[in-house]
Write a protein that binds this ligand. Structure first.
Ligand code: SF4
Length: 704
């Protein structure tokens, strides 16, 4: 059943509406879906995050519901022809179950792996984690959110004791006298968020942006620092060095609310602004102006995003900015703090309920005996039957089909053939599997490699919850039933669990799953026990932690204490180190990747939307005019970007908005234009985040 309410729009018309949220990014803009006489339209809806705004992606989201490339029947690979062909659900699920049994009986339980996605609802993410641990009993589950927010998550946990992207509502941005964005480009990734930045500016606030490119967001800033990619950590330490030297630290806050500053003080003492200018290219005057603006403001907020995080030192880079925020006494103060701008639609909820290799629902650790006992009790299985921790996403994918790695993979809501670093290698690993199963509603590049493709429902066809970048739990409401031939992910998991003789039930009703999730999360760091669908419906969402159905939720964290054993935030000294791959004579340029306004992630969805394809039809390579002149490349000419791992080909876009020593390409496209053919698979040792944001390349003209 759906919650789509029937409404009368004009006499004789058959119409219904659902108040829901955009299927794409973590801003989770409010929208109303209206279906009239079989035609579905998107209407913007007032919600605290988007305030009635939508970007192009949201406006056009309904186009995929009836898209001609929509999958409406399972596909199985024919052993004779080698091609995918239509199949019944029974044949497809039987084949998956038989394949899993064969692989596990020959190679052990861990020979089957699961790969999830940051776009899955909380209910699906929870059910997927339970399915892996209880039905498959494999330790191998991880998800593509590992490539999105994992560095900020790890930095937040070690400093604050908890990972909630923003520990305050977005509306607090307007109250910040100084707002520092590090490696964030919301003008292109989540444009309605700019309404909050506009408010902040209209109240007299300052916006400072740190980004190697002159992005659409940087153009709006009062001050733009344009460091060499990979030097953000040094910049943060220099800012703290200046604040320390100038006596701008909040001494009382340091003494009463934090531990460990002395080690950080000793570390940042060596980050002389002049030396950091030589390293990063950021002028000393800009470093000083930024430190002053943050330290002398009545309120200040520091936000990081993928530009700071997607490095092999991403956790330490975010930690450097957290250290700066703590030293200035920002976290927990009204209108102030540190936060991370989460990227994927349910990137936050997806990392709370069991999709991560080391995690159980409620953000519990899978190696914690008490957590295992609690969750096993909710699931109705012995705690000893739960597997231990697996490995992070890239390590998992890179082990597929190898002597020690899984031989079967189930993918839900992800397209690693385009989104994984060093993607050609991962594509080859996927081809080496005995069994690849993909549940999706479009035939992504990963689905095209699969032995079995399972067509699943889209966002407007099923109910559930999402947790946005603020830690606000929202209701996704269905407008209509899935089309004939399509099942929900929950139904797919239930069908497989039955065939695998799982010891417990896998409910298909999302409200029932959420009720179970609440019990599983109770008492954990991300406690949803007091969150009910009715309560979300009655307000504009519910902020976790919310342990009691009759008690308050928590829009703002850290006002009085941090959720650490002693209630204090923890400093960690961090030092700059070079990128995993430095430029050299053969590869003399830095390569960095990112997004464009009209496309989303691996492009499986947005590349199929006509208006978005017109707005952003293909990849490009952004080059500074000086570099283009040196290479003899003209605007629009096809170029080749070559790294030690592979190459991409795309037209040059000559622009002064990028540093002369750096080239940029968006990562939404497949085939020859795949940016991740080039990227480095070095990962952060703590978070497992790959170094998407910097590697060494050369650029060549492609002779006609
Ligand atoms: Fe959707 Fe994000 Fe665009 Fe809002 S900003 S409409 S959530 S893609």
């Amino acid at each position: 059943m759906t919650d789509g309410a029937r409404v009368a729009t004009r006499p004789g018309a058959t119409s219904r509406e659902a108040a829901t949220h955009c299927p794409y990014c973590a801003l989770q803009c409010g929208m109303t879906l209206r279906e009239t006489d079989g035609r579905t339209e998107v209407l913007p809806r007032q919600f605290p995050t988007n305030r009635g705004g939508l970007c192009q992606k949201g406006w056009t989201a309904a186009e995929l519901l009836d898209h001609p490339e929509r999958l409406t029947t399972p596909l199985v690979r024919d052993p004779v022809t080698g091609e995918q062909r239509p199949a019944s659900w029974d044949e497809a699920l039987d084949r998956v179950a038989a394949g899993i049994r064969t692989v596990q009986s020959g190679h052990g339980r861990d020979a089957v792996a699961v790969f999830g996605g940051g776009g899955l609802t909380n209910e699906k993410a929870y059910a997927l984690g339970k399915f892996a641990r209880v039905a498959l009993r494999t330790r191998h589950i991880d998800y593509n959110g590992r490539w999105c927010m994992s560095s900020a998550a790890a930095a937040g946990i070690r400093a604050f004791g908890v990972d909630r992207g923003l520990p305050f509502p977005l509306e607090d941005l307007a109250r910040a006298e100084t707002l520092l964005l590090v490696g964030a480009n919301p003008a292109e990734t989540m444009p309605p968020l700019l309404r909050h930045l506009t408010d902040q500016r209209q109240r007299g606030g300052r916006l400072i942006v740190i980004d190697p490119r002159v992005t659409a967001t940087a153009r709006q800033a009062d001050l733009h620092l344009q460091p060499l990619p990979g030097t953000d950590l040094a910049v943060a330490n220099a800012l703290l060095h200046i604040a320390l030297t100038e006596g701008w630290l909040d001494r009382e806050y340091l003494a009463t609310r934090t531990t460990g500053f002395d080690a950080v003080r000793r570390t940042v003492a060596g980050y002389w602004p002049a030396e950091v200018e030589r390293l990063s290219g950021v002028p000393v005057a800009d470093l000083e102006a930024t430190a002053r603006a943050l330290a002398t403001a009545g309120s200040a907020i520091i936000l990081t995003a993928r530009g700071a995080e997607q490095h092999a030192k991403g956790v330490d880079t975010v930690t450097a900015f957290v250290n700066l925020a703590l030293a200035l006494g920002l976290p927990g103060r009204p209108g102030s703090g540190y936060g991370c701008l989460t990227g994927q639609g349910n990137g936050q909820g997806g990392r709370e309920h069991g999709q991560k290799a080391d995690q159980l629902p409620g953000y519990r650790k899978i190696d914690d005996p008490a957590a295992r006992a609690h969750v096993a009790g909710v699931w109705g299985v012995p705690a000893d039957d739960l597997p231990g921790p697996g490995v992070p996403a890239y390590r998992l994918l890179d082990s597929l089909g190898t002597a020690d790695g899984p031989r079967a993979l189930l993918v839900f809501g992800s397209n690693p053939v385009v989104s994984a670093p060093r993607a050609a290698r991962i594509e080859s690993r996927l081809r080496d599997l005995d069994l690849l199963v993909v549940a999706d509603f479009l035939r992504s590049e990963t689905a095209a490699l699969a032995d079995v493709v399972l067509p699943v429902a889209q966002w407007a066809e099923e109910d559930g919850t999402m947790t946005n970048l603020e830690g606000r739990v929202l209701r996704r409401r269905a407008l209509r039933e899935p089309p004939p031939g399509v099942r929900t992910d929950l139904a797919v998991l239930a069908g497989l669990a039955t065939r695998l003789d799982a010891p417990v039930d896998f409910p298909t009703d999302p409200r029932t799953v959420f009720t179970e999730l609440r019990r599983a999360s109770a008492g954990g760091p991300a406690d949803y026990a007091g969150v009910t669908w009715d309560r979300i419906d009655a307000a504009s969402g519910v902020f976790w932690p919310c342990p009691d159905p009759d008690g308050p939720d928590t829009p703002r964290l850290f006002a009085d204490r941090f959720p650490t054993p002693d209630g204090r935030a923890r400093f960690h000294p961090v030092t700059h180190r070079p990128a995993a791959e430095e430029v050299c004579a053969d590869y003399p340029l830095h390569f960095t990747t990112g997004r464009v306004l009209a496309q989303y992630q691996s492009g499986t969805q947005t590349r199929r939307v006509a208006a978005l394809r017109r707005a952003a039809p293909g990849a490009f390579v952004e080059l500074h005019p000086d570099l283009a002149a040196r290479l003899g490349v003209t605007d629009g000419e096809e170029v080749r970007v070559v790294s030690r791992r592979g190459e991409l080909r795309a037209p040059a876009r000559v622009s002064p908005t990028i540093r002369p020593d750096t080239v940029f390409a968006p990562f939404h496209w497949a085939g020859a234009a795949r940016a991740n053919s080039v990227t480095n698979d070095a990962v952060d040792p703590v978070s497992g985040m790959p170094e998407f944001k910097i590697c060494a390349v050369r650029v060549e003209r492609v002779e006609s």
